[in-house]
Ligand binder design. Structure first.
Ligand SMILES: Nc1nc2c(c(=O)[nH]1)N[C@H]1C(S)=C(S)[C@@H](COP(=O)(O)O)O[C@H]1N2
Ligand SMILES: [Mo]
Length: 503
């Protein structure tokens, strides 16, 4: 058989396998689709350094890049196996088998899939082997009686049928897999009116006209960090939050149990531990929900429980210190809403945790379904096995938003930025230029200690290149240290510095 036929058979075999897996996954659990399961498992096994790099380089597109990369590798493998199978179908059969087993392993490794999940990669394996061998026979199978022309026609029909069948199976699988209509469930939730709304944000709380972010981050702009390739689709009406472990009584709370309570609204700035000095992974929202403390007290926390271990619908986990989440002043929430709407799907619909003053990876579980009172000895959250610290309170930090790096300013320079020190709050921000004396910046109106605070300062500078640096001091008097420390293991430190030119 010629090379292009051989390559085509390889590609069609793999396409049939993926499509069959996707179709079966629609029934046994959408995340069992072999491609997604392998991708998710790859994320779990990726060394932290690579993950940090991916987040830095591609931001929220990191997952798209991973999927495209996997697709490229698969394509190369399929073409390669096809070409190697010109004499015997063995190499292609082996490839289909190996890929199928990879899918089985990935599904078994997923914490969010039951045993039935393996049916999807098993179907993929079977379809891959059968379709590949069938096409191979068609391509080589012309006999004396039929002749090469008939054989060619039979092969073309078979490959066309395979392509159409695979496309159809993938489409049906996709449609059936998204049949869980979370969007409708989210719309049906409607407005979540807080019994105690957050105080209104004063107009003087940001310097957005001069380069800082707006005080409240619109939901569409709120930074997003998670390990989920496909957003978990949990309907409010199916959602149950189990509270168990070292408690006096286990609770199983339904969405309506929570939303019927007196909801509170709190303005909170969330930040990711992976945020570099000067980085963008920080946002602020009005979160509406139920005080986490109230729920934990209802369950009755037993002595000895030092960790609140939370698990999401997709099996991600985080551990927060029990003493922190029980602090009344802290204001930790089981959040249902964000900026006047139910949580967007990507930010944890139906419910997530929000704990002011702790980095997201040790507190902010999205799609939360399980709260276990336990010890730090007994259980380790997702990122702990990847070299991140057990405890991670937010570090005092400031960022310069204007002037921008490498920009050229004319005349008077207005420097602006943000600072944060949750849950204590920012007392002062200082700025210096070219290593000169520190100058105190003007602070925007204070909203609460768990939110960021914007700052502004006017500078008269001679023409030429300049470097501006900033440092914040929290309300306990602690000043952001100069020493540069990388985000791993518990958050970056150091002064942000920006070089710019005055003409
Ligand atoms: N289920 C789940 N929850 C999660 C994560 C995750 O990967 N999965 N990432 C955490 C991290 S590291 C951060 S910084 C915050 C980010 O929340 P956001 O995406 O709403 O900004 O969510 C946390 N909650
Ligand atoms: Mo994070």
């Amino acid at each position: 058989m010629n090379r292009s036929t051989a390559a085509l058979i390889g590609v069609l075999g793999v396409a049939a396998a993926l499509a069959a897996g996707h179709l079966v996954a629609a029934v046994v659990g959408p995340s069992a689709s072999p491609f997604l399961a392998v991708g998710n498992t790859a994320i779990d096994f990726t060394p932290s350094a690579v993950k940090d790099f991916a987040v830095r380089a591609f931001g929220t597109h990191d997952k798209l890049v991973l999927l495209l990369g996997m697709a490229a590798v698969l394509l190369v493998a399929a073409v390669g196996a096809g070409l190697l199978s010109r004499r015997s179908p063995l190499p292609g059969t082996v490839l289909a088998g190996v890929l199928g087993l990879l899918g089985v392993a990935a599904v078994l490794y997923r914490p969010d899939l039951g045993q039935l999940g393996v049916l999807a990669p098993v179907a993929a394996l079977a379809a891959g082997v059968v379709v590949f061998r069938w096409l191979h026979t068609k391509a080589t199978g012309h006999t004396e009686a039929t002749g090469p022309a008939d054989g060619r026609r039979a092969f073309l029909i078979a490959s066309g049928a395979t392509a159409a069948g695979a496309g159809l199976a993938a489409l049906v699988g996709q449609a059936a897999g998204s049949r869980v209509d979370v969007e409708a469930s989210r719309r049906a939730v409607g407005a979540l009116e807080p019994a105690s709304p957050a105080p209104p944000i004063p107009p003087g709380a940001d310097f957005a006209a001069e380069g800082t972010p707006t005080f409240i981050t619109p939901n569409a702009d709120f930074y997003r960090i998670d390990t989920a390739l496909s957003v978990p689709r949990v309907r409010a009406e199916d959602w149950v939050l189990r509270v168990h472990g070292l408690v006096d009584r286990e609770l199983n709370l339904r969405y309506d149990d929570l939303r019927r309570r007196d909801l509170v609204e709190r303005t909170v700035t969330m930040v990711c531990v992976s945020n570099e000095v000067g980085g963008p992974y920080i946002s602020t929202a009005n979160f509406v929900g139920v005080p986490l403390r109230d729920v934990l007290l209802e369950a009755g926390v037993r002595d000895g429980a030092d960790q609140l271990f939370s698990t999401s619908a997709d099996g991600w986990t985080a551990g927060s210190p029990v003493d922190v989440v029980l602090e009344e002043e802290r204001g930790a929430l089981i959040a249902l809403g964000m900026n006047g709407e139910p949580l967007p799907l990507e930010h944890g619909f139906p419910a997530r945790l929000v704990v002011p003053g702790l980095y997201g990876y040790v507190s902010a579980t999205k799609w939360v379904v399980d709260l276990e009172l336990t010890t730090f000895e007994a259980r380790r959250g997702y990122w702990l096995d990847r070299a991140w610290a057990r405890k991670a309170p937010v570090k005092v930090m400031s960022r310069i938003d204007r002037p921008e790096r490498g920009s050229t300013a004319s005349g008077r320079v207005v420097a602006t930025g943000v600072a944060w020190a949750q849950p204590t709050g920012v007392r002062e921000v200082e700025v210096r230029v070219d290593g000169g004396p520190w100058r105190t910046a003007t602070l925007a109106d204070d909203v609460n200690g768990s939110t960021w605070r914007m700052w502004r300062v006017e500078l008269d500078l001679p023409p030429g290149g300049h470097t501006i640096e900033s440092r914040a001091t929290d309300k306990s008097g602690f000043t952001q240290p100069q020493a540069r420390v990388a985000p791993i293991p518990d958050g970056a430190t150091g002064w942000h510095s920006v070089f710019f030119t005055v003409d």
